[in-house]
Structure formats: C-alpha cells, structure tokens
Ligand binder design. Sequence first.
Ligand SMILES: [Zn+2]
Length: 99
Amino acid sequence: MYCKHCGKQVDKSAKICPNCGGNLKINSRLVNVQDEYITDSGSFNYTLWGLILPMVGLTLHFAWREDKPLSARAAMRGVVAFGAILMLFIVALSFVIIL
Ligand SMILES: [Zn+2]
C-alpha cells in the first residue's frame, strides 16, 4: 500500500510510514498512536547520543525504527555525524603522518 501522507510505498503491516513518520492506521488505536507520537519527539538529544556514543545511537536506531521513526532518524544522524568526524580525523591524521 501507499502512505497517504507522502505517497511512498510502505509495508501494509506498517503502523507508521518509515519515510515521513505519518500515521497509517487511524482507528481504534488512535489514543495509543497519539501516545507514540508524544514520545517520538525526534529530539536532538538522540542525535547527541549517537554522536557521543555511536553504539548507543545505533542500538536506539534499530530499537525505534518501527515505533519511533523520528527518534530513530535523530539517533542515526548522530551516528552518521560521528562517522563523518571520524573520517575527517583519520584523513587529517594520515596527512600529519605523511608530511
Ligand atoms: Zn509517508
């Protein structure tokens, strides 16, 4: 089926669109879904966790991928940022060693 919010194809058992985080089942679970939304803040704190402790960020990302797509994405951003910084560090270090 397709997400009614962003139009992307999503798994038909999905409760929340993995692409945009939109609610795909507005029914009796409405109250629960709203609860999930409140807790799925996508807070920048999760990005910081991923940045400082990438293993924690990765764990959070995979734990939340289904239920908290925004927070999972925020955690993953931190992990990616950590990777980017690490790469820059390695490149800088190799220059120092060469020169
Ligand atoms: Zn969507």
